[in-house]
Design a binder for this molecule. Structure first.
Ligand code: PA5
Length: 438
C-alpha cells in the first residue's frame, strides 16, 4: 500500500475534500466507462482483464522463437516507442557488452542518425519490431521500408520475414495489409487503447521481451497499482488535484518534472507525451517539461529560481540502494574531507532537497513524488499506471477528452500536402506559396 507517495508540504495550496471527491468521481467514470472518450479506456485494469494472459502468450512465443539475434530494432513514434524505450533506458547497462542493444528508428527524420543506425544494423543480427497502430504514420513507415529493404538484401525474402514482427491494429491499416501480404508475425495494438496508454499492451511487451526484460514483473507492478487505487490509495488523485490547483488557482501553465537520475530521461519523455497530448486541447493544460538534476541546475536552474513565475514543479525519485562511496584520501586540497565515505546517492538526494527548498523559496509550488522501491520493471509498471490514472483525472477537470489528439493532424496534413501525397493536391500549391514567402 502507498508504494508511490505524493508530498504536498511545499505546494502552498491544499487539496480540499470537494476537489478530491471530484477526482474520485473521475475514477468511477473511468471504471464504469462513462467518461469522455470512454471507447479508449481499454487500458483501465488492463493487467487483470488481458495483460497477464498476454504476458504468458508472448513469453511462450519467445521461448519457441528460433532466431539468433544480438539487437532489437524498434520502429515507431510517440506512444509506439516511448514506453518501451523508458524501460530500456532505465534498466539497461549501456556499458555492458552482455546486454542486448535496443535501437530506435522511425521516431524522427534525421538522415544522419538513420544512416548510422542502418550501419549498426547491417553489422549485427537484428530482430525488427515495427509498431504503428494506424500503420500510416510517415516516420515509421519510411524507416520500415528502408530497414526492410536492407534485411531482404542481406537475408533474402524468407530470412527477412523471420526477423520482422509487426504490431498494429487488428482490423485495418497499411501495416496490417503489408504484414499479411509478407507473412510477418503480427501482434495487436488493442482498438480501445490509444498509443500513449499502450505500454502494457503488445506495443511495449513484445520488444521488451525480445530485449530480455521481465515483462511479467512489469505487468504485476501495474496490476498491483490498480489494486492500490481500488483499495483507496489517493496519491494519484492528489497529484491530479494539485496540478489542477496550480493551473486554475495559482495561474501556472508549466509543470516541470525534475529527476535526479539521468536514467529516467525517457520516462520524462513518455510523461511529456502522456500529459501534453492528453491535456493540451481547447487552449487549456499545463505544458510538461523535464529538468535533469543536477545537470540542468547549471542551465535552466536560474530561470526556475528567478525567472517568469509560470511553473509548478514535481520532484520524482525512486529508492535505489546506495553503492558508491566517496573515498578517503590523505590529500584533500579538493575540500571533500567532509564527504568521505558518503554515498554518491546521498549527495544526489541532498542536491534534490536543496533544489526543492530553493525553488519553493523562489515562489515555485513544489510537489514530491517518491516511489518507495528501486528502479525495476515492477516499479516502472506502477508509475506508468500512476501517471495514466492521474492524467485521465486531470483531463476530466479540464473537460477535455484525454484519449484523442486532433492537434497532431495539422502538421501531418501539411506534410502530406508538401510531399505531394495523392489526395492532398488541393493544399499543395497554397502551402508551397506560403513557404516561399517565408
Ligand atoms: O498517443 C498516440 O496515439 C499517438 O501519439 C501515437 O502513438 C503516434 O502518433 C504514433 O501513431 P501510430 O502508432 O499510429 O503510428
Amino acid at each position: 500500500m502507498n508504494l508511490i507517495k505524493v508530498g504536498t508540504k511545499f505546494f502552498g495550496e491544499s487539496v480540499d475534500s470537494s476537489l478530491l471527491d471530484r477526482a474520485k468521481l473521475a475514477v468511477k467514470n473511468l471504471e464504469e466507462k462513462t467518461c469522455l472518450g470512454s471507447e479508449w479506456t481499454g487500458w483501465w485494469n488492463y493487467p487483470k482483464e488481458k495483460g497477464y494472459i498476454l504476458v504468458d502468450e508472448i513469453l511462450d512465443w519467445k521461448k519457441n522463437l528460433k532466431l539468433d539475434y544480438d539487437c532489437v530494432v524498434v520502429i515507431g513514434i510517440g506512444g509506439s516507442y516511448l514506453g518501451t524505450r523508458t524501460v530500456y533506458r532505465a534498466l539497461n547497462n549501456a556499458y555492458s557488452s552482455s546486454d542486448i542493444r535496443m535501437v530506435y528508428l522511425g521516431n524522427n527524420m534525421s538522415e544522419t542518425e538513420m544512416g548510422q543506425i542502418l550501419e549498426y544494423i547491417e553489422a549485427h543480427s537484428p530482430v525488427v519490431n515495427v509498431i504503428s497502430k494506424s500503420g500510416t504514420t510517415t516516420e515509421p513507415a519510411v524507416a520500415f521500408r528502408i530497414v526492410r529493404e536492407s534485411l531482404e538484401k542481406k537475408y533474402g525474402l524468407d530470412g527477412a520475414k523471420q526477423r520482422i514482427i509487426a504490431t498494429t491494429d487488428p482490423n485495418k491499416g497499411a501495416l496490417r495489409e503489408l504484414s499479411l501480404a509478407k507473412g510477418y508475425k503480427m501482434f495487436e495494438v488493442p482498438s480501445d487503447i490509444g498509443g500513449r496508454f499502450s505500454v502494457l499492451s503488445a506495443v511495449g511487451l513484445v520488444p521488451l521481451a525480445l530485449g530480455g526484460y521481465d515483462i511479467a514483473s512489469l505487468m504485476k507492478g501495474a496490476g498491483s497499482y490498480f489494486e492500490d487505487i481500488k483499495n483507496g490509495d489517493t496519491n494519484a488523485l492528489v497529484y491530479a488535484c494539485s496540478r489542477y490547483l496550480a493551473y486554475s488557482k495559482l495561474n501556472k501553465n508549466i509543470e516541470i518534472l525534475s529527476y535526479s537520475d539521468s536514467k529516467l530521461n525517457l520516462l520524462i519523455e513518455w510523461w511529456k507525451q502522456l500529459f501534453g497530448e492528453s491535456e493540451g486541447k481547447s487552449g487549456k493544460g499545463l505544458f510538461p517539461v523535464g529538468l535533469c538534476l543536477t545537470t540542468d541546475l547549471h542551465s535552466l536552474g536560474q530561470f526556475v529560481q528567478d525567472g517568469t513565475r509560470c511553473m509548478m514543479e514535481t520532484f520524482i525519485s525512486f529508492n535505489d540502494k546506495p553503492s558508491i562511496q566517496i573515498p578517503q584520501s590523505s590529500m584533500s586540497p579538493d575540500g571533500l574531507t567532509y564527504l568521505e565515505k558518503t554515498y554518491v546517492s546521498t549527495v544526489n538526494q541532498a542536491a534534490s532537497d536543496a533544489t526543492l527548498l530553493a525553488h519553493s523559496d523562489g515562489g515555485v509550488p513544489c510537489l514530491s513524488l517518491n516511489i518507495d522501491a528501486p528502479l525495476s520493471e515492477s516499479s516502472l509498471g506502477a508509475i506508468f499506471i500512476f501517471f495514466e490514472v492521474a492524467c485521465a483525472i486531470s483531463a476530466s477537470f479540464l473537460e477535455v477528452n484525454p484519449f484523442d489528439q486532433p492537434g497532431v493532424e495539422a502538421y501531418k496534413k501539411n506534410l502530406f500536402a508538401i510531399l505531394g501525397k495523392p489526395g492532398y493536391e488541393d493544399q499543395t500549391a497554397s502551402l508551397k506559396q506560403r513557404l516561399n514567402s517565408k
